[in-house]
Design a binder for this molecule. Structure first.
Ligand code: Q9C
Ligand code: ZN
Length: 345
């Protein structure tokens, strides 16, 4: 399988994130992509640099004021004080219910809160360049499918599925899966399905397509009653307006065993089949792995073969996009197992 990879991902390397009120080393690290790159190269997959510019697609997925903020956020931060070059900005105030989000505040930290869903998504000087390269990879993968390729993998970070039209969150800035889905629509696929198998509900992807019937969103994830992102991902979220019936959430309790997870995957795949999709985007989070340090499902390394084989049975042109997965040393093996099983099916 052709894999898109950009070395620019290393520019997004924040030192710390908040975890239970303390600053700890970031779980979402450059080492993740390095392990993925090493393993997929070792297994003979072809690596390519992104070739497409996602700018026009991004403008269809994200709000223009959010994109403008993200692209210039670091220079805005430095403009406050050159000493900020060595300081990580974090939001500390958010426009929750009753507060206004239509007026962009003049204060940088207030703007950062306006465009963030949490304080767990550190932003650094190279964040825009790294995230943009990831979106370019997603656009490139969709272009490859339009040219007749069966599948493509985006070995990208930072991840994207928590990022909504106008906010970052959950280590995500630009919604790569949404970019791929939009690109597939633009290349002539009448119906697209996004299947999100990350441990965490893909709230950003859900919200972006919630009112649309052309892009089905199906997600299998830890129950948001106890798991991040907490405020979205329940089973009764079915879509709205034209999109009613085109969103399916399959929340599972933390601690769910692999066989139960695969039964839910069958239900997810049935819904994708009923959509009669022309192409599939898989938000490939690998934090369902038993060894993941922040998640509570228990898929084994071998189970990722089973996942790839099940997805291949759908028989659809497929873009795989790397999302979460924080057991870095095993991440490459788990990702490559999905891709190899898909290729061999
Ligand atoms: N700083 C993805 O897997 N963070 N994102 C919990 C608080 C939320 C995971 C720790 C986890 C987000 C793409
Ligand atoms: Zn995740």
């Amino acid at each position: 399988m052709i894999a898109f990879f950009s070395p620019l991902h290393v520019l997004h390397a924040p030192a710390n994130e908040f975890f239970r009120g303390q600053l700890v080393p970031c779980f979402e690290s450059p080492a993740r992509a390095a392990f993925v790159l090493e393993e997929i190269a070792a297994r003979g997959h072809e690596l390519r640099a992104p070739t497409a510019d996602s700018r026009d697609l991004l403008a269809r997925i994200h709000a223009s004021r959010y994109l403008a903020f993200l692209e210039s956020a670091w220079s805005q931060w430095l403009a406050l004080d050159p000493g900020n070059a060595a300081v990580q900005p974090f939001p500390s105030v958010w426009p929750v219910r009753t507060l206004r989000s239509d007026v962009e505040p003049g204060n940088f930290i207030a703007r950062l809160g306006l465009y963030s869903m949490d304080n767990g998504t550190p932003l650094v000087a190279g964040t825009w360049a790294a995230a943009k390269a990831g979106a370019d990879a997603a656009a490139s993968a969709a272009r490859l499918l339009a040219a007749g390729e069966r599948s493509a993998f985006c070995a990208t970070r930072p991840p994207g599925h928590h990022a909504g039209a106008d906010f970052m969150g959950g280590y995500c800035f630009l919604n790569n899966a949404a970019v791929a889905a939009q690109a597939l629509r633009a290349s002539g696929c009448a119906r697209v399905a996004v299947l999100d198998v990350d441990y965490h509900h893909g709230n950003g992807t859900q919200s972006i397509f919630y009112g649309r019937a052309d892009v089905l969103v199906v997600s299998l994830h830890g129950d948001p009653r106890t798991e991040y992102p907490f405020y979205l991902g329940h089973a009764d979220e079915a879509g709205e307006g034209e999109g009613l019936g085109f969103n399916l959430n399959l929340p599972l309790p933390a601690g769910t065993a692999a066989d139960t997870w695969f039964s839910a995957l069958d239900a997810a795949c049935s819904r994708v089949e009923r959509h009669r999709a022309d192409a599939l985007v898989v938000s490939l989070g690998l934090d369902t792995f038993v060894g993941d340090p922040i998640s509570k499902f228990s898929l084994s390394t071998g189970d990722f073969h089973r996942l790839g084989a099940r997805l291949a049975k759908l028989g659809l042109p497929t873009v795989f996009i790397l999302e979460g997965g924080y057991a870095a040393a095993e991440l490459g093996i788990n990702a490559a197992n999905v891709l190899d099983a898909f290729d061999q099916a």
